[in-house]
Design a protein around this ligand. Structure first.
Ligand SMILES: [Zn+2]
Ligand SMILES: [Zn+2]
Ligand SMILES: [Zn+2]
Ligand SMILES: [Zn+2]
Length: 174
């Protein structure tokens, strides 16, 4: 029996929650921005409309970047769906509806899914690099703080010396 208190950061599987079940999530789909349990992740990979989604095997600590990326890859005319193609002729990122409605006569329409997938898969790496940069900054900041603190210690010492001198003078006058 595992009666250890659960971490509050633990995410429940989103599709299971819809069904009123509480399943611990193990995966995260960066296209849907949803958490999945093992079974739902397997289903998600199985169905045609979500087969090419990028499903992370590890839960991200912070989903902000995925959310930002997701907004960025939405069609500006059809915000409910993601862009899939790039029309070279119009220099436009378009979704499948745009392709049908406005770009059906364009010859040079390319698939951007592969490009997007590569970008998304690089996110954990990008995050790691950002973290390293932050740590470097933090170290620099710590050094500055230390310097600042040391300088202040000097000031304090000087003040103490000064106060002592004033006292000495005062003692002599008395
Ligand atoms: Zn998905
Ligand atoms: Zn589930
Ligand atoms: Zn569109
Ligand atoms: Zn076009």
């Amino acid at each position: 029996m595992d009666d250890q208190p659960k971490r509050t950061t633990e995410k429940m599987c989103d599709p299971c929650l819809v069904e009123g079940k509480k399943e611990e999530s193990t995966n995260f789909c960066v296209n849907c921005l949803e958490y999945f349990c093992i079974n739902c992740a397997r289903d998600h990979r199985k169905y045609k409309q979500s087969r090419d989604h990028t499903i992370l095997e590890e839960l991200p600590h912070d989903t902000t970047i995925y959310r930002a990326f997701n907004t960025f890859t939405r069609c500006e005319f059809h915000p409910e769906i993601q862009i899939e193609k790039f029309c070279i002729h119009h220099d436009a990122m378009i979704c499948r509806y745009c392709l049908k409605d406005m770009h059906h006569v364009c010859d040079d329409v390319v698939d951007i899914d592969d490009y997007k997938k590569v970008e998304i898969e690089a996110i954990p790496q990008t995050l790691a690099e950002l973290k390293t940069k932050c740590l470097e900054h933090k170290t620099a900041l710590d050094m500055q703080m230390e310097e600042f603190f040391n300088n202040n210690v000097d000031v304090k010492d000087n003040i103490l010396v000064y106060v002592q001198k004033v006292r000495d003078v005062a003692d002599r006058v008395e």
